[in-house]
Design a protein around this ligand. Sequence first.
Ligand SMILES: *[C@@H]1O[C@H](CO)[C@@H](O)[C@H](O)[C@H]1NC(C)=O
Ligand SMILES: *[C@@H]1O[C@H](CO)[C@@H](O)[C@H](O)[C@H]1NC(C)=O
Ligand SMILES: *[C@@H]1O[C@H](CO)[C@@H](O)[C@H](O)[C@H]1NC(C)=O
Ligand SMILES: *[C@@H]1O[C@H](CO)[C@@H](O)[C@H](O)[C@H]1NC(C)=O
Ligand SMILES: *[C@@H]1O[C@H](CO)[C@@H](O)[C@H](O)[C@H]1NC(C)=O
Length: 437
Amino acid sequence: LSTVTKTVCAEQCDGRCFGPFVSDCCHRECAGGCFGPKDTDCFACTNFNDSGACVTQCPQPFVYNPTSFQLEHNPGAKYTYGAFCVKKCPHNFVVDQSSCVRACPSNKMEVEESRIKMCIPALISVQKVGHVIHNWTNIDKFVNCTKINGNLVHVPIRRDVYHNIEALDPEKLNVFRTVREVTGFLNIQSWPDNMTDLSVFSNLATIGGRALYSGISLLVLKQQGISSLQLQSLREISAGNVHIAENSKLCYYNTLNWTQLFSTASQKVLIRNNRSPKECSRDRMVCDPLCSDAGCWGPGPDQCLSCRHFSRGRTCVDACHLHDGEIREYANGSVCVECDAQCERADDDSLTCNGPGPEHCIKCLHFKDGPNCVEKCPDGLQGANSFIFKYAESNNECHPCHSNCTQGYVQTHVSYLGNVNLERMCAVQVGVSLFRH
Ligand SMILES: *[C@@H]1O[C@H](CO)[C@@H](O)[C@H](O)[C@H]1NC(C)=O
Ligand SMILES: *[C@@H]1O[C@H](CO)[C@@H](O)[C@H](O)[C@H]1NC(C)=O
Ligand SMILES: *[C@@H]1O[C@H](CO)[C@@H](O)[C@H](O)[C@H]1NC(C)=O
Ligand SMILES: *[C@@H]1O[C@H](CO)[C@@H](O)[C@H](O)[C@H]1NC(C)=O
Ligand SMILES: *[C@@H]1O[C@H](CO)[C@@H](O)[C@H](O)[C@H]1NC(C)=O
């Protein structure tokens, strides 16, 4: 091939050709030489590589239709990922317009729509998004953050003269209790001596691993005070390895099935020189029996990775409150879910509901409007074209007032009204000023 590229090109070819003639020019999207005239014949691309063809830009999400004079959705759209056009961004990347990026630019926020993470202009803040902690002086800005775009590193537990960083009041770490996602890595190499776990991250569900620390997205190293991790909500480490070492009091780490947290097959765990599992079991620092074999983050039934039987909120339980308890439940698979407050609590041997919401009650506590149990029948709810008034029959089912009624609903006590046609009776207010149309 090298002999081909060294061919003296025709003048029109801009120095890139596969032969001496004008018809032997490379395609204009080729960066170097080529072995033919087409955009698929390039040795390398000037701009983007779309499945082997060199293109100026990847297929855009919208294309102009000259017949209709309109931009139309392009089903063949692709994202730019480096020098490539891809149908889907890699797992831990977000879509910014039509590119795959590691993190949204600072004037945008990350949202997830139909399972695609993307950047949208941060006009309305649906979630408070924090930024990278540089020197921990900005920790107060993280109050109520649900997501940290960045990494958490080196908690300054002592004054750092060299970097001019003051020691952090350990209490302040509690701002992280609301955080559900860290997009980069979590690096615990310093931690307050009297905090025995990482439970300030009890709501952290995802470590994104979009940035890594020596290939690691979760590092807990040389912490002599930590006895359990207590990352009870953590369910996904999207990229990067886990490294947990030299923590002389740490237990439970060995029970966890880490591969269940990983998103890719290449992620690894490196665990060494923590407290020995034998000593941990001797001191009963073992998983609760309600945890499944996938292990746990610490003691108690709320630290399980998954449950052996059923779960209620974060806690593993033996069974759901189907027939007992103040608040009755139904079982959605192995998850106990409360029945709606509008359901009437059943006798101990029958169910109170068989699904979520007021439409799945076995019996209503008050009234029934269509499929739903309600507190009261609609009295003046805004409908599509009018206000809706209904009255309750003696079986507590709501029925629409006759359309001739201007307002209010029919008294339910038929005997009180005498032998009149119910549908024609309307009331402005129940029990007051009944009138006839
Ligand atoms: C384009 O990418 C494909 C694989 O993704 C590769 O086989 C091909 O050589 C690339 N083409 C160019 C011109 O770089
Ligand atoms: C901490 O970081 C902020 C933001 O980068 C900066 O303005 C401030 O000067 C830094 N403080 C110290 C003590 O380095
Ligand atoms: C944080 O959230 C709580 C509860 O929603 C609210 O009362 C408080 O004002 C918020 N604080 C800040 C600084 O946003
Ligand atoms: C740890 O020590 C700090 C400072 O000595 C104190 O403010 C904090 O309340 C202690 N935390 C716990 C969990 O004991
Ligand atoms: C851990 O979980 C994975 C994925 O669910 C499973 O294939 C594997 O058998 C589990 N490992 C152990 C030791 O239970």
